[in-house]
Design a protein around this ligand. Structure first.
Ligand SMILES: [Zn+2]
Length: 511
């Protein structure tokens, strides 16, 4: 592997002992020296990269992503805000795709948001039937927590008037008790019943495309937070890595309901290697259907079981009530963590971080893994739909940081765009794509916004310390930009280009 010297860079190191530097030497996959231009050691290197004063950062780490869903979404109809404005817009996309697809094959769309549709409602099965009567159709809501099927789709997955709601979800019904097509929290239910044909080569190709896109943004590590993650997926992703389809390092969070598969196979927390590693157990606690699911007692049992098996827990919790239930379980179950356990439990999203939540957060050791990209994409919806008195507590990153709560960030793609720069921008500015500001006093300084996606994210996967920083001994995961970032020009975060991305000392993307 060639050795390298970056010189005349504006290095943001995330190392408190040496926060900025100008030169970095990389050898054998790791960083061996960081310092000032005039102190560069007289080492023979294979390549010198003059950076012209541009910013050099630790490679970005997306602490919460759904890789396979993101990869599959590349082939799905884009129904997101910006791509469609109304239900007829979606119908014409579906109609066009149906014409090019043999009848009987699934048509999939993603990212619709009823808040941004002209009709201000979810589409229903009749809307989809009108566009594609001979194909099963499934449209996923932006959040990933709802979807709509057409009549043929419902029939194929076995949902009819007599089908009871599963414990975790809701089948919306009309006055005659017939399903309307709209389903809440039923992604897991559907994944068992939708037999979509997809050849492994096709999946590998989609993962490879996704991986390349992320490299162009400087993303060198991913943390997959899919609750469906089971042992089979672990093997699928391992094969992707071995084939070279996936260039990033990946932390794979096993779904908490599948945890026994891993422990039975002798796979403990941290199993694998620094390229593919088993991470915290992923738990989803939702209030979507109006009641907490799973119940407080069940959450406690799941957290206890994970801890007893040596796994920290990453719990999806958005609403205050869900977050409180999760934090209560974390607090009462910490004693089960084995001695020497360094990783922390995590609250994913932690959207409604009210004073009550903040107090409990402080009392636990838990991290918050936030999604500033949600502000970029959805600030208008928050302002219009979240009660005014709750709005100051939406993702209050500055308050959490000041309280000493460790923070990390991820995109939650495909729920939001996987572009980390939008998240960094909104963490700093609290601005949406259209310029609406959501409590700007909660914005973070540039260095802290970057920390969410570097050192903070490394801590979230239990790899804190060297990873996510630029210092001697750290893995050489780096992103070089085309300009010098300064806090006073936040728009640069949206327009800057990554000119070189390095994973483990290897240049994996170069403009
Ligand atoms: Zn997620």
């Amino acid at each position: 592997m060639p050795s390298l010297l970056f010189r005349n860079a504006s290095v943001i190191t995330m190392d408190p002992h040496l926060p900025t530097a100008q030169a970095v030497v990389v050898r054998d996959g790791g960083i061996i020296w960081v310092g000032r231009e005039r102190d560069i050691p007289p080492l023979a290197v294979d390549r010198v990269i003059p950076c012209g004063g541009a910013t050099l950062l630790p490679g970005l780490n997306d602490a919460h992503i759904h890789l396979l869903a993101l990869a599959s979404s590349l082939r799905q109809l884009d129904c997101s805000r910006g791509a469609v404005a109304s239900i007829p817009d979606m119908q014409s996309l579906i109609r066009a795709r149906a014409q090019a697809t043999p009848p009987g094959q699934w048509l999939r769309g993603r990212g619709y948001d009823e808040f941004y549709l002209k009709e201000r409602r979810h589409p229903n099965r009749a809307d989809l039937d009108a566009a594609a009567p001979r194909h099963p159709v499934r449209l996923d809501h932006r959040s990933g927590h709802a979807c709509v099927l057409n009549s043929l789709g419902l029939e194929l997955v076995g949902i009819g008037p007599d089908t009871p709601d599963p414990p975790e979800g809701v089948i919306q019904r009309d006055q005659e008790e017939r399903p309307t097509g709209l389903l809440f929290e039923m992604a897991g239910y559907l994944s068992h019943r939708m037999r979509e044909f997809r050849a492994p080569e096709q999946l590998a190709e989609m993962v490879s495309e996704t991986s390349q896109t992320l490299l162009r943004w400087g993303v060198t590590s991913l943390q997959d937070a899919s609750p469906e993650n089971d042992l089979e997926r672990w093997h699928t992703l391992r094969a992707m890595r071995e084939k070279g389809a996936l260039q990033q390092r990946l932390t794979f969070m096993p779904g908490i309901h599948h945890l026994a598969q891993f422990t039975d196979a002798g796979l403990a927390y941290g199993a694998g290697d620094d390229r593919l590693r088993l991470g915290p157990a992923k738990l989803v606690v939702a209030l979507t259907t109006g009641v907490l699911y799973p119940s407080g007692e069940e959450i406690l049992a799941l957290v206890r079981d994970a801890h007893q098996n040596g796994f920290p827990v990453a719990a999806h919790a958005v609403e205050e009530e869900a977050i409180m239930a999760v934090l209560n379980a974390f607090t009462s179950q910490t004693q089960d963590l084995s001695p020497g356990f360094v990783a922390r439990d995590r609250v994913e999203h932690c959207s409604e971080a009210t004073p009550k939540v903040q107090m409990l957060l402080k009392a636990t050791n838990a991290m918050v893994v936030t999604q500033p990209g949600f502000i970029y994409e959805s600030a208008e919806r928050y302002v219009a739909t979240v009660p005014l008195e709750k709005q100051p507590w939406l993702y209050p990153l500055r308050s959490l940081r000041d309280m000493g709560v460790p923070l990390a960030a991820g995109s939650d793609a495909p729920v939001a765009s996987p572009n980390p720069w939008r998240g960094i921008y909104s963490a700093l500015t609290r601005r949406s794509a259209d310029g609406l500001e959501l409590h700007p006093e909660q914005g973070l300084p540039l260095e802290d916004a970057l920390r969410l996606y570097t050192a903070g994210a490394a801590a979230a996967s239990g790899e804190g310390g060297l990873k996510g920083t630029i210092q001697a001994g750290a893995p050489a995961d780096l992103a070089l930009l085309d300009r010098h970032l300064v806090e006073a020009v936040p728009d640069d975060l949206l327009t800057a280009r990554v000119v070189l991305t390095m994973v483990g000392g290897q240049v994996v993307w170069e403009m």
